[in-house]
Every structure is written in structure tokens, then in C-alpha cells.
Design a protein around this ligand. Structure first.
Ligand SMILES: *Cc1c(COP(=O)(O)O)cnc(C)c1O
Length: 408
């Protein structure tokens, strides 16, 4: 049943997370439903960047590595992220990109399981997750990548599997894997697990240690609102830290980087998975985003996400019969909603031109991020109306077809 304007405004008026909207600098006239791809600008990030540029870099110069805490930033922000994903302090660092972190941890995992050669993953996983595994197999010819459909993963956990590497939430469908059950099954088969939390961290409840997870990576610029190309994070369970070794033995992962000795000796803790000098301006912006996420009550976030998702799906299905839901309606899921339509690309172009920003994924998926920190009930209700208008008027026919090479 569709709700009216008064009803959605009443939901917004009683929303305990309503005040978080003001922490973000969002343009007027836009309904932003792409926070699953690039989170918006936290107001505190602008001030923090100004301070980092003017005071720390401009006046502090090289002294700021110590005086402004730059050298501790990967671990400091990592500890903050740990609190969002069910990890303990000292199990997470911020470093590099998600892609590079996948490589480091997958290589370390394979090295810790001699005699086993398979990296098991899901067919249709996010491309970089597959490509990095394929690239690792190219440098370590004994390694083999096996990508199977989601419902066949457990059946492939045999004695040859070194690593089960999965995205917790699927980037297209938003379907969520059962982290606890698959981790238990993988470990029972003698394999390690590597979870990609790019669509989970900051979006849904994650309990890495509650699931006894081994390894994880995740993205800073999506639901953590860390800015375009923000550094990523990685998790290594404390019990593995002394044994797993990074294949990228950079000086920042050394036990004593400023001793400048010739022989590599890894740091005792998770810092051994650092590689080179961290990007401090990028970390500064990420820290501002992570601080907002750390201030949110996880249960309130989950409850609001569920209601927003339910409202959005109900309204779109009632108004737009030509769209097909391509996400779980209930049950284990992340925080975006996908619909399929053969003209998905042009429909999304038309929506963006009208101020509703989502994104398109090949071949026919319209993706809408549900981010309870800055989206309200009226926003998703109006979004459904805009989608209906574009479809009813066939307004997408004015849009050009997809051009190769453009970010979509
Ligand atoms: C967004 C995303 C990435 C991004 O990787 P980058 O190295 O930041 O480009 C990786 N994996 C998944 C599952 C993602 O959704």
C-alpha cells in the first residue's frame, strides 16, 4: 500500500537519525542514492582537510609526522574502523586500495596453506576481486582460481582449497552471504577466509570476530564516506598476525622502519601489512567519515535501513510495473536496492538529469543506495515518483546510449 506525503513526513519527524543529515554537505535539489559507490562530503572533512593542509603540512612541514600524529594514522583510523566491523583494536589498518589489500592478504593466505592450491570465490564477484585472484595465480602458477555460483560454494570446500575469498554483500544484487556459516565450513575444510566488506562496512552490522573470520578488506569511499579514492582497510585476526607475511614487504611494514637496516623484518602486528608511506590528506578525509559512522547507533541504522528499503521497494513496485526487483526483498541483504530494465542505462541517465542520482551496472541493473544517515523517508518516496514519471513519459528516450570508457 502506498503512503501519502503526510505519512512519510511523519516517519521523518520521528526518525532518531534525522540529525545526521546535517553532517553532510549535499547539494540542494538532489536525492543522493549512490552512497554505495561514492559517499557524500562530511562537513567535518572540509575543516579537517583545511587544518591538515594549512597547519600540519603548511606550517608543521615534516615535523607533523610526529607532532600531528601522521605516522600513527593508519593504525588510529584502523582501530576506529575495527569498532564498526566487530574487530578488536590492533586487528585493522588503513592502507592502499581494496584491490591491493586483496592481493596482499590472498597471497599471505595461500602462503600459509602449503600444499593447497585453490582460491575459491563466487562467479560474478566484483571484477577486481576476481582479477586480483587471477593475477596472483599468474605470479604463483601453482595457484588456481575457482569461481562457482553462490549456492555451490559450500560444496566446493574440499582439501585442495587454501582460501575462500568472498564479497560479504554482492555489489549488484545486494545479496548477503552468511559469514558465520561459510567461515565455519571453510575452516572445517582447512581453508582460510577473506571477506570483502566494501558494501558492508558502515552500511550493515558486521561481526568479524563473532564469526571467527580470518581476513577481511574493505573500501573507504563508499558507506564510510571517506572521499573519492579514499584509502582502504584490511583486517587480520590477531591469532594469525605472527604467521602471515605480506608479499609486498615495504618499509612501512618493517618492525623498525626508521632503523634503515638492509634486511626486512616484519612488524609484529597488523602493521606488517602496511607497504609504503600513507597518503595523509586522504586519511584525514577518511577519518572524518569514519568518525561519523562511529557515532551512529548500529541498531538504529539497521532498523531505519530496513524501513527505507521496504518503503522504496513497495513504492517502486506499485508505480513502475516494468521494473523487476533484482535484489532480495527481505532477509540477508546489504543496503542498496537494484531493479532490472533493458533500458536501464538510459533510464538512469534520465533520473540523474532530474536530480535522482543512482547508478547503472551492466547489463541492465539500476542501483539505488539506501543510506539512512542522510536519506529520509520522503526522499525515497519522492525517488519512486521520479522513477515513475521517467518511465510513464518514456523520458529516457531522449538520452543517448552508453559510451564506452565512461564511469557509469
Ligand atoms: C568498490 C569495491 C572494490 C573497490 O576496489 P578499489 O581497489 O577501491 O578500486 C573492491 N571490491 C568490491 C566488492 C567493491 O564493491
Amino acid at each position: 500500500m502506498s503512503l501519502d506525503l503526510a505519512a512519510v513526513r511523519a516517519l521523518d519527524a520521528s526518525d532518531p537519525l534525522r540529525a545526521f543529515r546535517d553532517r553532510f554537505d549535499l547539494p540542494d535539489g538532489v536525492i543522493y542514492m549512490d552512497g554505495n559507490s561514492l559517499g557524500p562530503l562530511p562537513r567535518t572533512a572540509r575543516a579537517a582537510l583545511t587544518r591538515a593542509v594549512d597547519d600540519e603540512w603548511g606550517r608543521g612541514l615534516i615535523r607533523s609526522w610526529n607532532d600531528a600524529g601522521w605516522i600513527d594514522a593508519p593504525r588510529r583510523v584502523g582501530d576506529r574502523i575495527a569498532g564498526l566491523i566487530g574487530a578488536s583494536p590492533g586487528e585493522v589498518v588503513v592502507a592502499d586500495s581494496t584491490s591491493v589489500n586483496l592481493f596482499k592478504l590472498a597471497a599471505a593466505a595461500v602462503g600459509a596453506r602449503p600444499g593447497r592450491r585453490v582460491i575459491l570465490t563466487e562467479a560474478g564477484n566484483f571484477p577486481t576481486d576476481l582479477y586480483i585472484a587471477q593475477g596472483l595465480a599468474a605470479v604463483l602458477p601453482a595457484v588456481q582460481v575457482r569461481a562457482v555460483p553462490a549456492d555451490e560454494i559450500a560444496a566446493h570446500l574440499g582439501p585442495d582449497v587454501a582460501l575462500l575469498q568472498l564479497s560479504h554483500v554482492h555489489y549488484k544484487s545486494a545479496r548477503r552471504h552468511d559469514m558465520a556459516a561459510l567461515t565455519t565450513a571453510a575452516q572445517a575444510a582447512g581453508a582460510l577466509t577473506l571477506w570483502d566488506l566494501s558494501h558492508s562496512a558502515g552500511a550493515i552490522e558486521v561481526d568479524l570476530n563473532g564469526c571467527n573470520a580470518d581476513l577481511a578488506v574493505g573500501c573507504g569511499y563508499k558507506f564510510l564516506n571517506g572521499g573519492p579514492g579514499a584509502p582502504a582497510f584490511l583486517f587480520v585476526a590477531a591469532r594469525h598476525q605472527a604467521r602471515l607475511v605480506s608479499p609486498l614487504a615495504g618499509w612501512m611494514g618493517h618492525a623498525a622502519p626508521f632503523d634503515f637496516v638492509d634486511e626486512y623484518r616484519p612488524a609484529p602486528g597488523v602493521e606488517r601489512f602496511l607497504c609504503g608511506t600513507p597518503s595523509i590528506l586522504a586519511l584525514t578525509a577518511l577519518e572524518a567519515g569514519v568518525e561519523i559512522a562511529a557515532a551512529v547507533d548500529a541498531q538504529a541504522l539497521a532498523a531505519k535501513a530496513k524501513r527505507l528499503i521496504g518503503l522504496f521497494i513497495t513504492e517502486v513496485e506499485a508505480r513502475c510495473p516494468t521494473l523487476t526487483l533484482a535484489s532480495p526483498r527481505h532477509g540477508p541483504r546489504g543496503s542498496h536496492v537494484s531493479f532490472a530494465h533493458p533500458e536501464g542505462y538510459r533510464i538512469m541517465r534520465a533520473l540523474i538529469a532530474r536530480g535522482l542520482i543512482g547508478d547503472f551496472r551492466e547489463p541492465d541493473i539500476l542501483r539505488f543506495g539506501i543510506t539512512p544517515l542522510y536519506l529520509g523517508y520522503e526522499d525515497v518516496w519522492r525517488a519512486a515518483q521520479l522513477i515513475q514519471q521517467v518511465l510513464d513519459a518514456e523520458a529516457w528516450r531522449d538520452e543517448s546510449v552508453r559510451q564506452a570508457g565512461r564511469v557509469t
